[in-house]
Write a protein of this length. Structure first.
Length: 192
């Protein structure tokens, strides 16, 4: 049981270390000055995808051929990277995501973090890895808790780092850096 937990925690931590959700954590934490609400919301946002991975182990990898999944993932990275790089501010000087976040701002950082992570984590590499670990260990709770623990630890690291970065680097530069990184992730997804 402990082996399933620690094995899952370690594997998911390494898989997610440079995931796109980490960039999302950096971007959101640079915007919001309530890190613990954001960390909790984002961490709980992993619950739906992790539950599907654990209790539907293997379905995603069986339903979607890896060669096709690679193209979907690469396309998503390219689209998000292009969006971040080529979006233009309107006449008010606001970018589209600032307007969208402004419309849902009343939800607060907890719910925004939860919703964005819950939506973006389906068919993510950590979900697929969690399903594979469930097949390996055949122990639902240790695998579920190990995966969620890894995500929570990474959220703490990246949100707190984003708080510091947000104090020193303008949002436009963070957006450009994130856009370039997403494009690179798209290239790497195709090369794998």
């Amino acid at each position: 049981m402990l082996e399933a937990y620690t094995g899952t925690l370690t594997a998911i931590f390494l898989v997610e270390l440079t995931d796109r959700t980490r960039l999302l954590a950096l971007l959101l934490s640079a915007r919001y000055r309530t890190p613990w609400q954001l960390i909790l919301g984002m961490t709980l946002g992993y619950v739906p995808a992790t539950l599907v991975a654990v209790w539907g182990a293997g379905f995603i990898t069986q339903a979607i051929p890896p060669s096709l999944l690679k193209w979907f993932i690469a396309l998503a990275f390219f689209a998000f990277g292009a969006y971040l790089l080529w979006q233009h501010a309107d006449e008010d000087g606001k970018h589209p995501e600032e307007k969208w976040l402004g419309r849902i701002e009343h939800l607060g950082p907890f719910l925004i973090g939860f919703i964005l992570v819950a939506v973006t984590e389906f068919a993510d590499k950590s979900q697929i890895a969690t399903a594979g670990l469930m097949i390996k260990y055949q122990m639902a709770w240790p695998v579920f808790l190990g995966s969620l623990s890894a995500q929570g630890i990474l959220n703490v690291i990246y949100v707190l780092a984003g708080q510091e970065i947000g104090k020193q680097v303008p949002a436009q530069k963070i957006r450009w850096a994130a856009g370039i990184i997403f494009l690179l992730f798209g290239v790497f997804a195709l090369l794998r």
